[in-house]
Design a protein around this ligand. Structure first.
Ligand SMILES: [Cu+2]
Length: 212
């Protein structure tokens, strides 16, 4: 008896795969897979929340001399765009850098941080006045260690819509890859489980009977 039952388990799986009503099972399974993906997506929203959550006082981080590179990241390759009231925390990742202000809006009074500091040092400033702030590292200005910050009303939309997404991408590529992959795997697992259930409770008896 038990050996017959085993055939009910496995043979339908191999044999019925193509011919089947499995189609029906797959349809409902897809719905479940989507639900799972959504739930996982919530994890990503949590990540976004870190950036936006502080609606009262958002914070951005600029790495100073990341891995010894003579840049501010972000800020050197592309301007860092922020909303008024955003606090930027500058985090030194290598030694002998400072922040000297090259230019800023007339109404602003950013002092920068001209003392040379080493890895591990942090310095924060809250930017309130709209406009462009240019700054540089005195020892490394000639090496291109310059950057800018643009304070704009709506850094996400004003930047051309893509700005916000780019920031999310640069911050979250590994995370997104993870949850997309995880959602895919979950969907596959759920599909397999559903197929088993359908074959076991829905069809295996009939299929088995047919074979007997
Ligand atoms: Cu420097």
């Amino acid at each position: 008896m038990s050996s017959i039952n085993r055939r009910f388990w496995w043979e339908p799986l191999l044999g019925t795969t193509t011919e089947t009503p499995s189609g029906t099972g797959t349809t409902s399974t897809t719905g479940t897979g989507t639900d799972t993906g959504t739930v996982t997506g919530t994890g990503t929203e949590t990540g976004e929340t870190d950036d936006n959550a502080a609606a009262g006082g958002p914070t951005k981080t600029v790495t100073v001399g990341p891995d010894g590179s003579l840049v501010y990241e972000p800020g050197t390759s592309d301007p860092l765009k922020i909303a008024p009231g955003t606090t930027v925390e500058f985090v030194w990742d290598s030694d002998n850098h400072n922040i000297a202000v090259e230019s800023q809006p007339d109404a602003a009074d950013w002092q920068g941080h001209e003392t040379l500091e080493n890895a591990g040092f942090t310095y924060s400033h809250t930017f309130e006045t709209l406009g462009t702030y240019e700054y540089f590292c005195q020892p490394h200005k000639t090496a291109g260690m310059v950057a800018s910050i643009e304070v704009v009303e709506n850094p996400n939309a004003g930047g051309g819509g893509g700005g916000g997404e780019k920031e999310l991408h640069s911050l979250g590529v590994p995370i997104q890859a993870h949850w997309v992959g995880a959602a895919t795997i979950l969907a596959i697992v759920v599909t397999v489980i559903f197929t088993f259930y359908i074959l076991k409770y829905g069809e295996s008896a009939h299929t088995g009977t047919g074979r007997n």
